[in-house]
Design a protein around this ligand. Structure first.
Ligand SMILES: Nc1ncnc2c1ncn2[C@@H]1O[C@H](COP(=O)(O)OP(=O)(O)OP(=O)(O)O)[C@@H](O)[C@H]1O
Ligand SMILES: [Mg+2]
Length: 269
């Protein structure tokens, strides 16, 4: 084994570890990760959510939590039935973490190896944007069942999503499927508007031979929920966006309930 390669950690109490990733920033990874966690929970699963974004943690804001004193509030935290860990629970959110790559990688490994996640059906990991140190360490050291790739419909997002796919291929982690976020907008006239063009998620999924796990429409209330500390599927369970996330949870359960999926063949993207 390559001595540089981080050791694969084992999480004996956790049945499935799912990474939510994309090469690109701002496509909705954190939104998908948080809502997938809640949707899996509403399907009766025991769920954890690990925020692997050390520089820009989103989980505290999305769950209405902040820095805590670990003496009185031991990690991980719990809210809305989800077990949570984030760098934002450890540091003042106004103080940027300015660590170098290796320290970030260490923090990610500590979240995996030193946090008592208890028994979980699913641990969802919200990855930071890009395909750098933190992403690579995590993909190599976490016992990942698979990755869900988030993209938006337009081609520029697809280029980065392909980089994300390639990273998982290199470390032999199966890609469970693609989720297209900000797919379309339904106006007051009930018409469907494809603001960022259409079909990118489907195209990427077909290209790499994995299922399209869902298309999440644009809903301005998503940003509002992010800031209000209550994930969308909890606040608006009947909205089309929530239906898409519940469908994603169902597909994730289906994709992980059989035999472990074979790693993707090496295809040139
Ligand atoms: N379907 C959607 N409709 C409307 N707004 C959305 C949707 N999905 C995400 N957003 C908003 O887009 C912004 C980016 O989303 P989010 O933080 O989840 O992306 P990200 O990929 O995790 O970003 P980063 O790369 O910075 O970690 C947020 O303000 C979020 O509320
Ligand atoms: Mg994010």
């Amino acid at each position: 084994m390559n001595p540089q390669m981080p050791q694969k950690l084992s999480l004996p109490g956790v049945k499935h570890v799912i990474a939510v990733a994309s090469g690109k920033g701002g496509v909705g990874k954190s939104t998908v990760a948080a809502n997938l966690a809640l949707a899996l929970h509403s399907a009766g699963k025991k769920v954890g959510l690990m925020d692997a974004d050390i520089y820009g943690p989103s989980v505290p804001i999305m769950f209405g939590l902040g820095q805590v004193d670990p003496q009185t509030t031991p990690f991980p935290l719990h809210k809305y039935g989800i077990t949570l860990m984030s760098m934002g629970f450890m540091v003042d959110p106004n103080q940027a973490v300015i660590w170098r790559g290796p320290k970030v990688a260490q923090a990610v490994q500590a979240f995996l190896g030193q946090i008592d996640w208890g028994t979980l059906d699913y641990l969802v990991i919200d990855l930071p944007p890009g395909t750098g140190d933190a992403q690579l360490t995590l993909s190599q050291s976490a016992p990942l069942t698979g990755a869900v790739i988030v993209t938006t419909p337009q081609d520029v997002s697809l280029i980065d999503a392909r980089k994300g796919v390639r990273m998982f291929q290199e470390v032999r982690v199966p890609v469970l499927g693609v989720i297209e976020n900000m797919s379309y907008f339904v106006g007051d006239d009930s018409k469907r508007y494809e603001i960022f063009r259409a079909g990118g998620g489907r195209k990427l999924a077909a290209e790499i031979g994995v299922p399209l796990l869902g298309e999440v429409p644009i809903d301005p209330r998503i940003a509002e929920c992010g800031d209000a500390g209550e994930p969308f599927v909890r606040k608006y369970p009947d909205a089309p966006v929530s239906k898409a996330f519940l469908e994603l949870a169902r597909s994730t359960i289906a994709a992980t309930s059989g035999a472990p999926a074979a790693p993707l063949p090496d295809v040139q993207l």
